[in-house]
Design a binder for this molecule. Sequence first.
Ligand code: ADP
Ligand code: LRH
Length: 478
Amino acid sequence: MRAYAAVDLGASSGRVMVGRVGRHELKLTEAHRFANRPVRVPEGLRWDVLALYAGVLDGLRAAGQVDSVGIDSWAVDYGLLDADGALLGNPVHYRDPRTEGVAESVLATVPAGELYAATGLQYAPFNTLYQLTAARSTAQLAYARRLLMLPDLLSYWLTGRQGTELTNASTTQLVDPGTRDWAYDLAGRLGIDLDLFAPLRRPGDPAGELRPEVLEETGLTGPVPVTAVASHDTASAVAAVPAGDERFAYICTGTWSLAGLELDAPVLTEESRAANFTNELGLDGTVRYLRNIMGLWLLQECVRAWGEHDLGDLLHAAAEVPALRSVVDAGDAAFLAPGRMPERIAEACRASGQPVPGSPAEITRCILDSLALAHRRAVRDAQRLAGHPVDVVHVVGGGVRNSLLCQLTADACGLPVVAGPTEAAALGNVLVQARTHGLVGDRADMRRLLTRTQPLTRYEPRGGTDPWRAAEARLAGP
Ligand code: ADP
Ligand code: LRH
């Protein structure tokens, strides 16, 4: 048995998990969990990256002696370093409004079709490409000599070594999904200096060893290697989908719902671009063909607005509310910004001529019905656009704990849902580390181990999908 620490930073919480792996065993325990609370300062919405780093150190101390450490986090965001290697300011949150209207200037230089052909990425206002364009005339960028994506920044602080992990780099919209290298021509046309990025590294590559100061602070005995994992949390989560064959769709449910397919090659058709599907890079040359759906962010923001509310009670009450009374488009970027979420959801229902949900239970039901409906659309669209039929939908991530959402997703998709594991990103992180020690083989081997060792719940679809089709039509408008 070996022990691996998986640092997994989500938009709502960070955790350090310990995975104990043997040839036929895989056990995950939580060493430490800490809140991830973005902070609004006069210049905008920022990540408190020092608090996150402190949480990582606390977590490593709680984890105890491990054979290796891997880090994954949410995508697209980065820290800038000056010529001395010091961090220039707090990383900007992808929900910061600085990218509003920026896409127009990018698209005036590189039309949307060309951008999709070059990078395979969906349009999302927060893609690193747009963030860098928004930052163009700032003093910070002028002084920056290095850009490190968030997991790479934390890895640098732990080890002193710099690199850019590929799966997360693919979310910058500056990587060519065909060559799996930088899109040099595109970056040149847009005046983006690729020298800012540290050299690419791939999951499984060595990423240094914990610095002596880190060993002292965490009480660990060196050398402790840090291993590059699929550092985009969604890439790690997809690697840990316990699928039996390739005929599956997945939904990674947490702050976001990332719904789609694992493919061997990108889908770069015009139809796919119009449907806003993304081709992010996954483990072992795979493509994560998926759509971003607003996810449980909608509920997180409502709960924040309502103050103290027990999530379990809220979900019980929501289960009693009649189904599909009102739905909103959970893929709409209008819900990206924080604030006033119950009012914004009510306004969207009013604007589409549906009953306006009022109580927290009604609004929660509206959110869960809307997420299930968006899951249905993404799973159906992905199969059609990629020509890749599926028999089952795997739900992983925090939403696994929400049995109502899992059941509604099965109902809406008209397919069985297999829910679990909850901590898929951490498990994918652990398994890539274990692979470097030869404890697991290929992706199929990893998935077999997950299926044998992790608790999974199966939800069969109830009733027909007609009510969901009707709700879809209602959203499409008259
Ligand atoms: P992220 O990694 O994006 O921060 P997670 O995968 O941790 O997100 O998922 C967080 C979400 O999981 C919460 O917003 C909440 O909706 C859901 N969740 C967590 N615990 C429970 C629970 N006990 N019951 C129902 N839902 C839960
Ligand atoms: C989920 C996630 C998702 C990205 C978003 C910014 O945590 O990494 O895959 O699109 O955050």
